[in-house]
Design a protein around this ligand. Structure first.
Ligand code: NAD
Length: 504
């Protein structure tokens, strides 16, 4: 039996229980259907086949979940942090134990290739361990002495929070938000993306098996404009950690205005990879290809714009075309596959619509530009050349395996093009001129920049974007800053003079 056949067989075993019960919500420690009894279907992007039914939560379910999170908050907040640390480590252990199940389910639900997803499950476990170890120090503050007062700062968890996640690498992204929230002492209502509900269910089950008290982590499946919206409006929810599209972030900000929500937004990107003629071209080529064609290009930090220095452009693009044409598109459970199907018909239609846009704009489709097969949402990895920064394909987030190549003549022009988009999430700069790298990165509008490297995540570093790419940062202590409130307590150190109003 081939690896692919074996994986399909294993997956079938993992999915059997979901086919029977459907995916339920989790409220106050109980697996429950939607209060309305409504369901929706999740289907695989591989062949559009039915996976299972999913509870379709709405405002009533969100209300029940928010109340459960509120009731569970005081005990979770006051639990000694070392005990919280232990539970979070147990969650990580169980993620590792079930990494195979998580990876296979994620691939089938999202179309992501197994070669990337098997690592994503383990990275999710790492996220829990990282924040588990920081839980005991999360409240620590400073002592700031004035002439009359000793100020002591501390941090306390903000309260029950809402976590709203997208369909791209949903397991890993959920752990990024949920792990620090729990480590900080917050309780949670999680609303995963409707296109990819499988692994969010597995994750909450793991957490409760690991000993997480009931109600600390609640899961409500449902539509964004219904379950998602009511979560952002709920008065018991103190903050919303959101990952998704920029225009949804803008909607959420409006929805949360009446209850003065705190927001953390990780939104879209149109990230440049800038390759100068003095760069190590072999490594730059590998990194540029990896950063746009891995994870089906459905990746917020994808290098979706190649900015290539004119003296090396012909050769670099020629090598790029050859490599792109060799990329293996196939079944996501085949370990050889490099690109699987796009998540959903809606998204497939959006991505493929840019093939025509590119031609209308006057660019060249130098590779790809077509679907693969008649079934599922497979597309050939695509490269647009002869593009200009003013074109739609150079401005809009396509969010698929589609790269737009734009040539530049000098550093000033490269910088102007790099910054000429609404987004500012990530940037990749390839040069062996140190001074140029320092100069260029100083001016580049991006929350995260890698020089002579692809995106390599290091958990203590800040992750997030500027401009339309987001507000706030994940990672290290930045996550705790979001999920916690700062408090300052001032103690008088002597008998300082207090103004005496009304005294004789
Ligand atoms: P999306 O904005 O359509 O949906 C994200 C989530 O928001 C889903 O759970 C959805 O149900 C919910 N939602 C939709 N409307 C809502 C509303 N009115 N109120 C509350 N919730 C609502 O995004 P998507 O298509 O699922 O994900 C792709 C996007 O996510 C891309 O733009 C990508 O760049 C971005 N993303 C950003 C990062 C980052 O770190 N910056 C990471 C991953 C993905």
């Amino acid at each position: 039996m081939s690896d692919l056949q074996q994986n399909i067989q294993k997956l079938d075993g993992y999915l059997a229980r979901f086919r029977e019960t459907g995916i339920l919500n989790q409220i106050a420690g109980e697996a429950v259907p939607a209060l309305s009894g409504e369901i929706f279907e999740t289907r695989s992007p591989v062949d559009e086949s039915f996976i299972c039914n999913v509870a379709k939560g709405n405002g009533a379910d969100v209300d029940a979940a928010a109340k459960a999170a509120k009731a569970a908050f005081p005990a979770w907040r006051d639990m000694p942090a070392v005990e919280r640390r232990e539970i979070l480590h147990k969650i990580a252990d169980k993620i590792v134990e079930r990494a195979d199940e998580i990876a296979l389910c994620e691939c089938w639900d999202t179309g992501q290739a197994l070669r990337f997803m098997s690592k994503a499950a383990l990275r999710g476990a790492d996220n829990f361990r990282f924040f588990a170890d920081r839980a005991p120090g999360a409240r620590d503050g400073q002592a700031l002495q004035s002439s009359t007062l000793m100020n002591v700062t501390t941090r306390v968890p903000i309260g029950p929070v809402g976590v709203i996640t997208p369909w791209n690498t949903p397991f890993m992204l959920s752990t990024w938000k949920i792990a620090p929230a729990l480590a900080a002492g917050c309780t949670i209502v999680h609303k995963p993306a409707e296109f990819s509900p499988l692994t969010a269910r597995i994750l909450v089950e793991i957490a409760e098996e690991a000993g997480l008290p009931k109600g600390v982590w609640n899961l409500v499946n449902g539509m964004g404009e219904d379950a998602g919206r009511t979560l952002t409006e709920h008065p018991d929810i103190k903050a919303i950690a959101f990952v998704g599209e920029s225009r949804t972030g803008s909607l959420i900000m409006k929805q949360g205005a009446d209850t003065l929500k705190r927001f953390h937004f990780e939104l879209g990107g149109k990230n440049p990879v800038v390759v100068f003629d003095d760069a190590d071209q072999d490594r730059a080529l590998d990194a540029a290809i990896f950063m746009i064609y891995s994870l089906n290009g459905e990746r917020c930090t994808s290098s979706s714009r190649l900015l290539i220095h004119e003296p090396i452009a012909d050769e670099f693009e020629a090598r790029l075309i050859e490599r792109v044409n060799n990329i293996k598109v196939g079944h996501p459970l085949d370990p050889e596959t490099e690109i699987g199907p796009l998540i959903h018909k809606t998204h497939f239609d959006k991505v493929t619509s840019y093939f025509k846009t590119a031609q209308d704009d006057g660019a060249t489709i130098a590779a790809g530009g077509k679907r693969v097969g008649e079934e599922g949402y497979f597309v050939r990895p695509t490269l647009f050349t002869n593009a200009a920064t003013s074109m739609t394909i150079a401005q809009e987030e396509i969010f698929g395996p589609v790269l737009t190549s734009i040539r530049f003549s000098d550093e000033a022009e490269a910088l102007q093009i790099a910054n000429d988009v609404d987004y500012g999430l990530a940037g990749y700069v390839w040069t062996n001129d140190l001074t140029r790298a320092l100069r260029f990165t100083k001016e580049l509008d991006a929350g995260m920049i890698w020089v002579n490297s692809e995106n390599v995540r290091h958990l203590p570093t800040p992750f997030g974007g500027m401009k339309a790419s987001g507000i706030g940062r994940d990672g290290g202590d930045w996550s705790f800053e979001f999920f916690m409130e700062q408090k300052n307590i001032a103690f008088a150190t002597g008998q300082h003079k207090i103004p005496r109003l009304g005294a004789l």
